[in-house]
Design a protein around this ligand. Sequence first.
Ligand SMILES: NC(=O)c1ccc[n+]([C@@H]2O[C@H](COP(=O)([O-])OP(=O)(O)OC[C@H]3O[C@@H](n4cnc5c(N)ncnc54)[C@H](OP(=O)(O)O)[C@@H]3O)[C@@H](O)[C@H]2O)c1
Length: 240
Amino acid sequence: MGEDAARGQIIVTGASRGIGAAIAAELLRRGHPVACLSRSGSAPAPGLTAHACDMTDEAAVRDTFARIAEAGPVAGLVNNAGQHAGSPSASLSREAFDRIMALNATAVMVAAREIYPHLKGRGGLIVNIGSMFGRMGVPDSLAYCASKAAVAAMTRCLAVEWAADGIRVLDVAPGYIETDLNRDWLARDKVRAWLARRIPTGGPGQPEEVARLVGALFDERIGFLTGETIYVDGGQGMNH
Ligand SMILES: NC(=O)c1ccc[n+]([C@@H]2O[C@H](COP(=O)([O-])OP(=O)(O)OC[C@H]3O[C@@H](n4cnc5c(N)ncnc54)[C@H](OP(=O)(O)O)[C@@H]3O)[C@@H](O)[C@H]2O)c1
């Protein structure tokens, strides 16, 4: 059937706040039925269905996807849930590294694998939320950068493997976006001044800007576009 099939549900992970909440609201505004997943299970806006699901819990992910699929066909997945924790690499513990990888990378693989049987046969789109940091060397952020580089790599592998099933896979990689993840840090005067110099467009972006890109990717249905990492970073990642 492919992506032109009747609108199915789009599952958005980490959708209780921040970028995920903005993506869920934008997809709803565009007429897509949306299922929001997070540990708290809170719906970010009226009209959105919400489910409590820890994305690092493999069995919970499988069960939640099955429950959503019982309610109607599934057309896509936005793998957005993610976390950041900084630590100097010289004292980074194995546990801290594994914790970041478990949600930002391993859970992306598990969710893609578990959504596959629901998309196979009708096609669909998987959008993974990576990061500009996936291609940068960032002090005190080794685990986060490695996890987001893994997202880009998995996106390419899945795109190539599942293209014949009509499933496209893309990596949307934001730069600094103001959310709970970084709000306190971004509010510091020194950080604001530094980012105003580093980001060619003048400062951090908003969750709605990432959301509009994801919404357009679902609606424009560009069949020839798959496997790519699309940066939405105000030009910071390419700035000299
Ligand atoms: N903000 C930025 O500057 C920026 C830049 C580049 C990339 N990103 C990426 O964008 C994504 C969203 O970031 P954000 O800034 O919106 O983060 P955020 O404001 O901290 O929100 C994180 C979301 O993920 C959910 N979550 C956390 N752990 C989870 C788990 N184990 N299972 C299910 N849901 C979980 C949270 O809800 P609960 O607490 O209810 O579970 C929340 O809805 C992440 O992948 C992040 O790496 C962000």
